[in-house]
Design a binder for this molecule. Structure first.
Ligand SMILES: Cc1ncc(COP(=O)(O)O)c(C=O)c1O
Length: 400
């Protein structure tokens, strides 16, 4: 009998080799206690969190927690049903209203995760004979959305407007086309030239979907994302987002102004064939989204943190994913997986948690230490973080 696991042997071997060197498993860290959006106890040690995507620090907001507790009391622990059967409570409608208000859009549809939102909207919108034109560095959920549907997939070079334009011009003019972009690309923390990309997409008659998972709450005057910041939010057909980053809980969504948008509730399989979010989750999300609208001071502080960390790491001699800070993600490029894992562990020993990212999630086979800042990191914490990078970098030979 063929062992279906044998295809994973190279990965198992790579993992075993890495762990034999005595390093802590970077993909199996346990948070023993979480004290705040920026500090947890890991291996019994106070650890600054710099890899959580908790950009706006909403997870411990007292209003958010109170709303969740109240909903748990009033509506129970779960809905035990799909949105189209018994799984739509007043809280689900309230969070969809909060999203419509936040984005100033006509319609909002909430999914159980952001992953499912991409899976559902992409696979349902682009059918047989349609084309999906996507940035080659797109998130796994975008690729999986393509795989679930029947459309033709046309990738183009990362953030390359000319390449997108060329691909679009080669497609049959009358064919249905969906251009899929991200506001912030989460591996390197770079921002898409949405203004130009939306212009060439619209000129080719394509609809545009933008995943703003890593920009919601932070980028744009009202925190609506890169499409807002670049002045094209009204030209985008679908914005996809998640509750698992700035909103501080779990869930996903799509907002749109398209007059026929509501039909998706009946035809989108990752919306129909799964249970809806628990009442406590949608209550926390609605409260958090409401507060994010008026968080200009936090956005300003987060930009300051991002600039401070980027400049400090550069000064220490690290190679970074972007020349300038473009978002709340700052990626430190490691020469290889072994060095990356050693540096990750040295940082953890210092009391700092970052994300270790490696292929296939990363572009161009890179190993990255990804730092995601929080609006609640204090100036002192950013200073502490830089001190830890200096010590770990020297200990591992990453910097001199
Ligand atoms: C760009 C992007 N889209 C979608 C998702 C999925 O979000 P969720 O965690 O809600 O499934 C992520 C999560 O990492 C992401 O980075």
């Amino acid at each position: 009998m063929g062992d279906l696991f044998s295809k994973f042997d190279p990965l198992i071997e790579q993992r075993e080799t890495l762990l034999q060197g005595g390093v802590t498993d970077p993909f199996n860290l346990v948070m023993e206690r979480v004290e705040s959006p920026t500090v947890a106890i890991c291996n019994g040690k106070r650890t600054i969190l710099l890899g959580t995507y908790n950009y706006m620090g909403m997870t411990f907001d007292p209003d958010v927690i109170a709303a969740g507790k109240q909903a748990l009391e009033d509506f129970g622990s779960g809905t035990t049903g799909s949105r189209v059967l018994n799984g739509t409570y007043v809280g689900h409608k309230a969070v969809e209203q909060a999203l419509k208000d936040f984005y100033a859009m006509d319609d909002a549809m909430v999914f159980s995760t952001g992953y499912q939102a991409n899976l559902g909207v992409i696979s349902t919108m682009a059918g047989k004979d349609d084309y999906i034109i996507l940035d080659i560095d797109s998130h796994a959920s975008i690729y999986d959305g393509c795989a679930l549907g029947n459309a033709q997939i046309v990738p183009f070079r990362h953030n390359d407007v000319e390449a997108l334009d060329k691909r679009l011009k080669r497609l049959p003019p009358e064919a249905g086309k969906l251009v899929v972009l991200e506001g912030v690309y989460s591996m390197l923390g770079d921002v898409a030239p949405l203004k130009e990309m939306v212009a060439v997409s619209k000129a080719a008659g394509a609809m545009v979907l933008v995943d703003e998972a890593h920009s919601m709450g932070f980028i744009g005057e009202r925190g609506r994302g890169v499409a807002e910041a670049q002045g094209v939010i009204d030209e985008v057909d679908f914005i996809i987002g998640t509750f698992s980053k700035s909103v501080g809980t779990v869930g996903g969504f799509c907002v749109s102004n398209h007059p026929k948008f509501e039909i998706l509730r009946l035809v989108c399989r990752p919306y129909v064939f799964t249970a809806s979010l628990p009442p406590s989750v949608v209550a926390t999300a609605a409260t958090s989204i409401g507060k994010l609208m008026d968080s200009a001071d936090k956005r300003t502080h987060l930009w300051e943190n991002s600039k401070r960390l980027h400049a400090g790491l550069r000064q220490l001699g690290f190679t970074l994913g972007t020349d300038e800070p473009q978002s709340a993600i700052i990626a430190v490029i490691m020469p290889d997986l072994e060095t990356g894992a050693a540096m990750w562990e040295a940082l953890l020993r210092e009391g700092l948690y970052v994300n270790l990212a490696r292929p296939p999630a990363t572009p161009a086979g890179m190993t990255l230490l990804r730092c995601s800042l929080c609006a609640l990191h204090s100036e002192d914490q950013v200073g502490e973080i830089l001190g830890m990078f200096a010590a770990a970098g020297r200990a591992t030979g990453c910097i001199s």
